[in-house]
Ligand binder design. Structure first.
Ligand code: ADP
Ligand code: MG
Length: 679
């Protein structure tokens, strides 16, 4: 057996367990080694049965003296009497049909569990157990996160097996990196993170693995940046094509922040260095018009531009808006998405290739190989947090060093933005257009839902429209007390028969979604019951109410995004947060939402509440997850790895030397082939 083998080759892992493991991200035996415990239990001391204390967690070791079965069928119980030289304890298992044959009289076992002493009788209910001669359950025992179908003792067994194959693993760091940073070696780290004999071993293991996570994150990010700056020359757009020509034609004037950001973009576009700029701006800060001005300049300079959005809904909205704004300037705008008919698509691609289409808007369908431009000069991705580094690269490769603009509506604290978008220059639109009203946010406990909805009814009577968002599409068996969009839709139709209500969720067909959205735009639908599909970018100025059910189930960033769907017109808007949980974290989150509407403040608080690991959502950025590293606590190691990555890439930018083979291999494993192709 080899660590690269698939888990299904392990005896005892059938299709069901394999599937459960896959869901946990475990595909090969090696993945077990990188599936770290969520905690540890200290089982170094065996306690004498005679000295057990009521209510404590304890490890005992003894011989089985009696075995009694009770009940029948699935309900069988099993009672064991276990003795050591100090006394006896009763071990009880319910639903024990599968356990009965594991125990034989006079065999010696260890049991670990909670002690209950009643009427002088010592018991352990459902303890974990190991036969004495199995790799014994003493020491510091790892506790793993689990999923349905995988038990703690399963994991323990498989981890032991994977541990036995550790010697298959090659060290990938070079000797000097290991020395300089005082790291333990890889096998030691992956052994001790699971089975540490003591705290010091665990500490050394953790340090090495955190170092690795951050080092490869840095290598990945820096190599992208190097690749970009290494490019000979980008496109220099004409300085006599002025963005102002477009801007003065708008029905409003730009905010100071928009002007500042446009000047930065203009500078980049006119210079022959490749632009790689991130535009951060809160929801509603007016990023679209900034993108439009940049596209205008690109097209009027004789180039094509492309705008990619993460959802079809948003892409279509951009398309409509661009067509409207650009119509007067004779700029041809095209649209491309996966759901288009083959004929339509073919025609669009032809018109794109011959330069007839000057600006193409679409979803990730844009990155397909069949999409070829005549001379692509400007690439814009909207709501970048939905795209990965690789997707962005695939799009830019369709032009000859095109300028790149990345727009995100997820405010990110500056410290993190610098790391996450290490490859980009950053512009911030930190001002909202004038006259925006503050959205009034109120929190409701679940029992007070009726109040919230009677307010919704009032608003609808006054001609306004409302969004109602639920966390799930359909009822879930595992999540009690969480309302689904479908259920909510049924309820609301019943209690508000006079209100024109519709349902929208991500599993609906595109045409159905479009039809519903269209009717909401035109006001034909007054109340839209939805999942988070409406999260990004939707713009319906007459919608003034956002009701969020089970608000405790959404992250702060998401709540903020959702709230940004209202307050887009002249009327006072409201956000009503209905929460079904009293937990302190969810209360705190809701309080933050009520007290501020500044996306950057919310992002800072979110970071504190959730910790950077989760906040960061590296996966969404096409970057490997951080499992152990915590950007809040490990800033020191982060800086260290930044230096180390710089040294590595300076010495061997393409990681071609034999010495760097291990690092290159690991980078491919984490970032995918594409990323390394681009190194
Ligand atoms: P976001 O940054 O969330 O993408 P949008 O670009 O969709 O925001 O802008 C939101 C709304 O604000 C749009 O209706 C847009 O026309 C309008 N808008 C943008 N800039 C200004 C401005 N300077 N003055 C007034 N309205 C503006
Ligand atoms: Mg937008």
């Amino acid at each position: 057996m080899n660590v690269k083998d698939h888990v299904s080759s392990v005896k005892g892992i059938g299709p069901k367990k394999a599937e459960a493991l896959n869901r946990m991200g475990i595909h090969t035996i090696q993945d077990f080694l990188y599936f770290y415990p969520r905690g540890y239990q200290d089982r170094r001391q065996i306690t004498k049965i005679g000295e057990l204390e009521n209510g404590s967690l304890a490890l005992i070791q003894g011989k089985i003296k009696l075995k009694v079965k009770g009940g029948y069928g699935k309900k069988q119980t099993l009672k064991l009497l276990v003795s050591d030289d100090s006394g006896s304890a009763e071990i009880v298992f319910f639903n024990a049909r599968f356990l009965i044959h594991k125990f034989e009289i006079e065999e010696e076992f260890t049991f670990y569990g909670r002690v209950a002493i009643e009427y002088g009788k010592t018991k352990m209910i459902h303890p974990e157990f190991l036969k004495k001669d199995e790799k014994d359950g003493r020491g510091i025992i790892p506790i793993y996160p689990l999923t349905a179908g995988v038990s703690q003792s399963d994991m323990y067994k498989w981890q032991n097996l994977a541990n036995g194959l550790l010697s298959d693993l090659q060290e990938y760091l070079t000797e000097d990196i290991v020395q300089r940073n005082k790291l333990c070696d890889l096998q030691y780290a992956l052994d001790n993170i699971h089975f540490p004999p003591d705290k010091n071993h665990l500490k050394a293991a953790k340090y090495r693995l955190v170092f690795d996570e951050l080092l490869f994150l840095q290598i990945g990010l820096q190599s992208v940046k190097n690749r970009i700056t290494a490019k000979e020359k980008g496109t220099a757009f004409h300085s006599d094509v002025k963005m102002e020509e477009f801007v003065t034609g708008l029905s409003y004037s730009l905010t100071g922040a928009q002007k500042k950001v446009l000047a930065e973009i203009n500078g980049d576009m006119e210079s022959d260095k490749v632009m790689n700029r991130l535009v951060q701006g809160d929801v509603g800060s007016g990023k679209t018009v900034v993108a439009e001005a940049a596209l205008y300049k690109a097209v009027k300079s004789g180039f094509q531009g492309v705008l990619m959005a993460p959802t079809e809904l948003l892409a279509r909205q951009h398309f409509e808006s661009l067509r409207e704004e650009f119509g007067g300037y004779g700029i041809e705008v095209g649209f491309l998405s996966g759901s288009m008919s083959a004929k339509n698509k073919k025609e669009t691609l032809e018109r794109l290739a011959n330069g007839n289409i000057q600006v193409l808007v679409g979803t990730h369908a844009l990155i397909q190989p069949s999409v070829l431009f005549k001379n692509l000069g400007l690439v814009i991705t909207d709501e970048q947090h939905r795209f990965g580094v690789n997707q962005r690269n695939l799009l830019t490769e369709k032009g000859k060093n095109p300028d790149v603009l990345v727009m995100t509506a997820t405010p990110i604290p500056r410290t993190l933005a610098v790391i996450l978008y290490g490859d980009l220059d950053i512009s911030v639109i930190d001002e909202l257009p004038p006259g925006r009203q503050k959205i009034i946010t109120n929190a409701f406990k679940k029992e007070k839902r009726e109040q919230a909805y009677s307010f919704v009814r009032q608003q609808i009577r006054q001609g306004r429209q409302a969004y109602v968002v639920a966390p799930l599409i359909e009822e879930s068996e595992t999540l009690e007390n969480v309302i689904s969009a479908e259920e909510l839709y049924r309820q609301l139709r019943k209690s508000f028969p006079e209100v024109r209500t519709a349902l929208l969720h991500g599993e609906m067909k595109q045409a159905e979604k479009d039809a519903v959205m269209e009717k909401f735009y035109t006001g034909e639908i007054e109340m839209l019951v939805s999942t988070v599909v409406i999260e990004v970018g939707i713009n319906v100025p007459n919608a003034t109410i956002m009701v969020i059910e089970n608000a405790e189930r959404f992250g702060l960033a998401q709540l903020h995004q959702l709230r940004g769907r209202v307050g887009r017109g002249k009327d006072q808007s409201y956000c009503l947060l209905i929460s079904g949980s009293e937990s302190s974290v969810s209360k705190e989150r809701i309080e933050i939402m009520v007290s501020t509407s500044d996306g950057f403040v919310i992002a800072e608080k979110d970071l504190k509440l959730r910790g950077p690991g989760e906040f960061f959502g590296l996966r969404q950025h096409g970057l490997p997850d951080l499992k152990l590293a915590d950007l809040g606590r490990h800033m020191g190691i982060l800086n260290q790895t930044k230096e180390e990555a710089k040294k590595i890439l300076e010495r061997d930018p393409k990681l071609l030397s034999v010495e760097m083979a291990g690092i290159k291999q690991k980078t491919i494993e984490l970032f995918g082939e594409n990323a390394v192709l681009s190194i």
